[in-house]
Design a protein around this ligand. Structure first.
Ligand SMILES: O=C(O)CCC(=O)C(=O)O
Length: 290
């Protein structure tokens, strides 16, 4: 699809408002008032296979050994995805929340295939980034872009609002400490995810703050804090649930340990210029968090 992009700074009507920023600070998650239009989601889906072709080492598999669970990285080699990471509705918003210039720390698509997409146990993303990559502080966030409609049926993400402000250990709390080897697949796996949030803590936090399920139409944009406690159930439905995730990190918060592969921890830490989306690829979103 041809799009006329112009390089610019903030386009005010697409920017986050003060109340958006307050909501993110308080709850640790925010639904954007804008979403991507179906024709743009179609364009992203058309390019999706290119994130895996010839890049099998970057693809995580489900435990059945047959179904792809997630594609990692590849955005820097693909113009469509590279441009996506720069769009103001994502990058500008991330920079507003982080109050700093940002770069792409991680880029992935979780595929949650029909019938086969497995669960994600309760965890905080920052546990991985702190322990594995030496990310100094939690000044990072993730933008989720829904490539399929997400409903109560196809494995929506569950969040505990406000849990990003709880004092939780960043360490490994899964009952899997002694199991070598800790490969990168254990950072994206289902039952054996390396860093999980203690179930007693999840129970306590959920009793105070409740849970929300992130549901919405294709093109929905959702931001969540690197420390918010989240999970998702298996997808037993006949509908796939593909979500594209872009993690933005502050340029002053670069990781100190680069031992994981570049497709998990992007080595290109240069700041990005914001690109304004063509008006036809953006439309107002309606509320969906329950
Ligand atoms: O895709 C999902 O349902 C969960 C993803 C997630 O928790 C993560 O990538 O950290």
């Amino acid at each position: 699809m041809h799009r006329k992009h112009k390089m610019t700074t903030a386009n005010n009507h697409l920017s986050l408002s003060q109340s958006d920023l307050l909501q993110f600070a308080n709850r640790g998650l925010l639904l954007h008032r804008w979403k991507f239009a179906p024709r743009y989601v179609d364009e992203l889906l058309e390019h999706l296979p290119r994130l895996s072709i010839g890049r099998s080492e970057t693809v995580a598999m489900e435990s059945d050994g047959e179904t792809a669970r997630a594609f990692h990285g590849g955005q820097t080699d693909n113009h469509t995805f590279e441009q996506l990471t720069r769009l103001s509705v994502l990058l500008e918003a991330a920079q507003q929340i982080l109050r700093d210039r940002a770069y792409v720390y991680q880029f992935k698509v979780n595929l949650k295939s029909a019938f086969a997409g497995d669960a994600w146990p309760w965890h905080q993303d920052y546990s991985f980034w702190a322990n594995e990559d030496g990310m100094p502080i939690s000044r990072a966030l993730t933008a989720a872009v829904f490539l399929d409609e997400v409903s109560e049926f196809n494995g929506p993400m569950y969040f505990i609002p406000c849990s990003h402000r709880a004092q939780l250990p960043n360490g490994r709390t899964a009952p899997t400490v002694a199991e070598p080897p800790v490969t990168w697949q254990r950072h994206v796996g289902s039952t054996d995810l390396s860093y999980q949030t203690d179930r007693n803590k999840v129970t306590e936090l959920a009793a105070v703050h409740g849970l929300v399920a992130a549901k919405g139409p294709r093109g929905t944009i959702l931001f969540f804090d690197s420390k918010i406690v989240h999970a998702s159930p298996a997808n037993v439905s006949p509908m796939s649930r593909r979500i594209l995730f872009i993690t933005y990190n502050s340029i002053t918060n670069r990781p100190t340990t680069l031992r994981r592969p570049a497709f998990l921890v992007n080595r290109d830490m240069r700041t990005l210029d914001v690109v304004e989306p063509h008006p036809e690829i953006i439309e107002p979103a309606s509320d969906f968090l329950e």
